[in-house]
Design a protein around this ligand. Sequence first.
Ligand code: TPP
Ligand code: MG
Length: 574
Amino acid sequence: MSSGTCETMKIGEFLLRRLKEAGVRHLFGVPGDYNLELLQQLQDTDALQWVGTCSELNASYAADGYARLNGLGALLVTNGVGALSAINGIGGSCSEHVPVVCIAGSIPLRSIDRGLGMHHTMADGSWDHFLNAYAHVTAAHARLTPRNAAMEIDRLILTAWREKLPVYMELPSDIAWLDIEVPADPLVLAEPPSDPERLQSCVAAIVARLSAATSPAILVDADADRFGVASQLVDLAKKIQAPVAVINTAKAVIDEPFPYYVGIYMGKASEPHVRDAIETSDCLLAIGYRPIEVTTGDFSASLPADTIHARGHSVDVGNDNYQAVTLKEILENVIEAAPRVTNRAPLHIPATVAVPHLHRDGSAKLTQAAYWQAMQGYLREGDVLFVDNGTSYALFGLKFPPKCTFIGSVNWGSIGYSVGALLGTLTAAPERRHILFVGDGSFQVTAQELSTILRHDHKPVIFLINNGGYTIERGYLGKDEKYNDIANWSYADLPKVFRRDSSARSFVVKTVGDLQNALNAPNDTLIFVESAMDAYDALAPVTHSSNQGADLNYGPRGPQHRDNLQLRPTPAIA
Ligand SMILES: Cc1ncc(C[n+]2csc(CCOP(=O)(O)OP(=O)(O)O)c2C)c(N)n1
Ligand SMILES: [Mg+2]
């Protein structure tokens, strides 16, 4: 209960205090003259730990990765130049439903009052462009003033946390040190409770459907993770003995060894038993389902027409829509009320991917098939597993051990996200093993952040595929075109470049034996494994999906139909 008492505090200090009360322990970003006054408050009060990044783009990715493990993340940028660098990452947080508070130290209110032209603006006396730009990629935005700061700081932080979406806050540089009256009580992160009647009616409608069903099933998207209901979904699946599938965005949200977990659903591209469980279900409960072409086998997904759609704060059952309900309360009450089922054994899932024939001969040239098979053996319980765009999408085909976390940017798909986000997850949970699977092209976008990872003594494992460019794009168009080639960096030397006294173990891997040797290295320091592979080598599902993407993107008259302009699936290169 709030005591309603107030105290006097500087605006900047109040902002930092509120972030801390909301569970944020680190702030990512880049200093700038418009935010240094807040940074000094951070320094003086020790409220949060500063993690300086090489760019604001990387800070936005780091805050996103941090938020995925921590529940909320934050970054600090400077006006215009910093804010617009970060906006791609914030767009990603919006697309992927990740709560991030983006704070921009902005031009002083005195300049706005007097219409003074300032640097990091269009030099035309304008001041609203960046606020307006952020309005499109956030759930809420505001410029703080001494009058609104106490209210807006709480509104923005709570909105990010409740909606699981980013917010944008401008802190004019001349107000962070001004005293205002603020609530003395700590900020409480809580959802408003559901409307009792709506909750009860909705639960009754769901339970009636589930009880009458003979083949209920559950389909999970990323919101199940963001709204923290994975354990409720497991409990429900156990109680009603129903199969659970995820879509790519939610890989490993349900522990993959869980007996009722059946696999990834993506329409025609799914394994038959998964497709069957979802498409023929007589009561499908879908959680936060937001289909796009890459998560539905190019729109071949076909959910039953009477699917129950549950979202963070509303549910559709039949013709009814229920508002003022929270996902957690809905699920907890459904678990309570649903009759226990004891006669539906878990599906017997046939052994999946045919194991490719692999060379026992260690001197054999490394192929993607051999690589991913070796990686399957490398994963262990509790890993944080990252994938960037590219042929590394093969990671989706691996079976994750228990308690692993998957981090990817599946809907937004911004290459390089993973390297920045890796800094964020390492900062949030340094005790876990973090493994990054990334291509050379994606890595080149955000590579500098490896230096911050080394600077803070983190110990991730980085598996980089060096295939000379954008192989996944060759499957769309330009199999041999120069635009898909990139510079051939000496990737494995980078730890030394980025930290002179680096103790990282670096490997350049060309054969199956080299890879095995690298995989035997202990995880007592950063491990960087650069694997050389053929530019045409990719697992068939990855290339196939690029080919389909080209048909969707370019249409029947597109250039992908010309001879030999597109990499097509071939049996793995031996
Ligand atoms: C910011 C951004 N720019 C461009 C793209 C388009 N794109 C998608 S995948 C890709 C190539 C990835 O290449 P790489 O990381 O080397 O993976 P590979 O397929 O070669 O293993 C590109 C350029 C993108 N997704 N995001
Ligand atoms: Mg590549």
